[in-house]
Design a protein around this ligand. Structure first.
Ligand code: NAD
Length: 182
């Protein structure tokens, strides 16, 4: 029954064109895709600036922009847990049944393989630019980030004042660091 359902997990901080490409390519191989939003409880830090809910919004708007059939995907927020050895069971408890996992993350691959679940490493597309780290770096430095993400994601980030958030978080971290040195 779950032969053709695949799981893709990503922090999606924020959603970029590489994520869209990997979702489109995965949907050529499976009937349905489960998109797990990793570290769903994290937000308002340099590497995890956006909330789980904001990332759900980015995903659903972008998948609509790219005309991905809504009956073919499930978006599931996944909170992190402190115990890696129990994480696969935690993910399985929260997601529809799946038979394959698509991931390029080495810890994710190792944990699913140790649980005898097939893991496929999808190819990376333009990884130097299509990376959450690079999008956030450009937001911080007022450089062009719009070209790296779907148009609908630009709108969501503008709506939630995401760039100002990243810049303010960074200023706060720098000032805390300077205070510690004093
Ligand atoms: P990510 O958003 O960086 O990437 C997600 C996936 O998108 C990648 O595996 C890759 O397949 C794809 N991708 C990214 N850029 C691409 C590009 N340019 N071209 C094509 N594909 C691209 O997220 P991640 O860091 O892999 O997320 C893993 C999540 O799993 C994290 O939230 C982590 O905390 C969670 N996790 C939690 C536990 C725990 O709670 N104990 C354990 C392991 C992992």
């Amino acid at each position: 029954m779950n032969e053709k359902r695949g799981l893709l997990i990503g922090r999606i901080q924020p959603l970029h064109n590489g994520h869209i490409k990997v979702i489109q390519e995965t949907l050529k191989e499976v009937d349905e895709i489960i998109i797990g939003i990793g570290s769903a409880e994290k937000s308002h830090t340099d590497s995890n600036p956006f909330t789980g809910g904001e990332r759900i919004l980015m995903l659903s708007k972008a998948l609509r922009e790219y005309n991905v059939d809504a009956s073919k995907y499930y978006i599931i927020p996944l909170e992190d847990i402190s115990c890696n050895s129990l994480w696969v069971g935690h993910v399985k408890m929260l997601t529809p049944p799946f038979s394959k996992v698509y991931s390029g993350n080495s810890l994710v691959k190792q944990l699913f393989k140790e649980n005898n679940i097939t893991v496929i490493q999808p190819p990376l597309f333009n990884r130097t630019e299509y990376s959450g780290t690079e999008v956030r770096r450009r937001m911080l430095n007022d450089e062009d980030w719009h070209s790296l993400v779907p148009k609908s994601v630009v709108k969501v980030i503008e709506e939630i004042k995401g760039v100002q958030r990243i810049q303010n978080l960074h200023k706060k971290e720098v000032s805390e660091l300077n205070n510690k040195k004093l």
